[in-house]
Ligand binder design. Structure first.
Ligand code: GLN
Length: 273
C-alpha cells in the first residue's frame, strides 16, 4: 500500500513540476496580479492603507522544529519558509495556530490562505486540497521506552504481536497505524507531547510520529528512545484550497526560487543540526 502511495506521490510531484515550469513561463505577467481568496479581501483594505496585504497560514504550532512557540511568537522551519514566500509575493505573513486536523477545513473555508504544518502529501488529502511541490522530506519514527520489546518496525507486525500505538490525531502516523494495526490498537492524542506523556505513563507501547518532533520529544523526556528503523518515508508540502491554482502557482515558483538560491537549505540548517 505504501509503495503504491510512493509511486502516486512521485507522479504528483512530477506533475507539479510540469505545472511550475508552465507557471514560470507566465510568471512575469502574474507578478502584478492581486493575491487570491481571503488574501485578496484582507489585502484590499490593507493596500488602501499603504500596507502589504496579509497572507494567512494555518498551522499547529506544537511540531518542533517546523513550528513551535518561542514566547508569544511562532517560529520554526515552516514559519520561516512561509515568511520568505510571503515576502516574494509582496505580502505579510500571519500565522494562525489551530488543531492539526482543522487545517484542511480552514483552508477550504478561506479562513486561512494556505496550510503549512510539516504536512505530508497523501492520496486522501489530495481529494480535499491541492498541494505545492514538496519542500522537505519527512520520516515517521517509532518512539519506545528504553528496554522495550519493540526493537524495530517489523516487531510491530510480528505474529501474535498486539501493541498499543499512540499517535497525534489526524496525522499520517494515525492514518497508517490505524490501517496497519486496527483502530482498537491506536490511541489518538491532540499533540505529540500528550502522546509521549501517555507512553511514559505506560498507556501505550510506542508512539509513531514524525522524526524531527520525535527527537525533540525524546530529548525532553528521559527513558525514551527512537528506533533506528523508520515506519514510513514521506514528503511535506503546502496545501491550498482545491482549485486555487493562482496562489498555488505563485507558492510553487517561490519554493523553486528559494530552493535554488539556498534559502530553504539555510533555514533547515538553522533548526536541524
Ligand atoms: N507529517 C504528518 C502529517 O502530515 C504530521 C504533521 C503534524 O503533526 N504537524 O500527517
Amino acid at each position: 500500500m505504501k509503495k503504491y502511495l510512493a509511486v502516486f506521490m512521485a507522479l504528483v510531484l512530477a506533475l507539479s513540476c510540469m505545472m511550475i515550469f508552465t507557471a514560470c513561463d507566465g510568471a512575469s505577467e502574474k507578478e502584478t496580479e492581486a493575491p487570491t481568496n481571503a488574501a485578496t479581501e484582507a489585502g484590499t483594505t490593507a493596500e488602501a492603507n499603504g500596507e502589504k496585504p496579509v497572507l494567512k497560514m494555518g498551522t499547529n504550532a506544537y511540531f518542533q522544529p517546523y513550528e513551535f512557540y518561542q514566547g508569544e511568537e511562532i517560529v520554526g522551519i515552516d514559519a520561516e519558509i512561509a515568511a520568505a514566500i510571503a515576502e516574494k509575493l509582496g505580502m505579510t505573513l500571519e500565522i494562525v495556530d489551530m488543531e492539526f486536523d482543522s487545517i484542511l477545513t480552514a483552508v477550504n473555508q478561506d479562513s486561512v490562505d494556505f496550510g503549512m504544518a510539516g504536512m505530508t502529501i497523501t492520496e486522501d488529502r489530495l481529494l480535499e486540497v491541492d498541494f505545492s511541490i514538496s519542500y522537505a522530506n519527512g520520516v515517521q519514527s517509532i518512539i519506545v521506552p528504553e528496554g522495550s520489546p519493540i526493537t524495530c518496525a517489523d516487531d510491530l507486525y510480528a505474529e501474535g504481536a498486539s501493541y498499543k500505538v499512540g499517535v497525534q490525531l489526524g496525522t499520517t502516523g494515525d492514518i497508517y497505524a490505524t490501517d496497519d494495526f486496527g483502530k482498537e490498537n491506536v490511541t489518538t492524542y491532540s499533540n505529540g507531547n500528550e502522546a509521549v506523556m501517555a507512553l511514559a505513563g505506560g498507556s501505550v507501547d510506542c508512539v509513531i510520529i514524525d522524526n524531527e518532533p520525535a527527537k525533540a520529544l525524546v530529548a525532553a523526556n528521559s527513558g525514551l528512545k527512537i528506533l533506528e528503523t523508520a515506519y514510513a518515508n514521506e514528503d511535506y508540502a503546502i496545501c491550498v484550497k482545491k482549485g486555487n491554482s493562482e496562489l498555488l502557482d505563485k507558492i510553487n515558483v517561490a519554493i523553486m526560487e528559494l530552493t535554488e538560491d539556498g534559502t530553504i537549505a539555510a533555514i533547515v540548517a538553522k533548526y536541524i543540526k
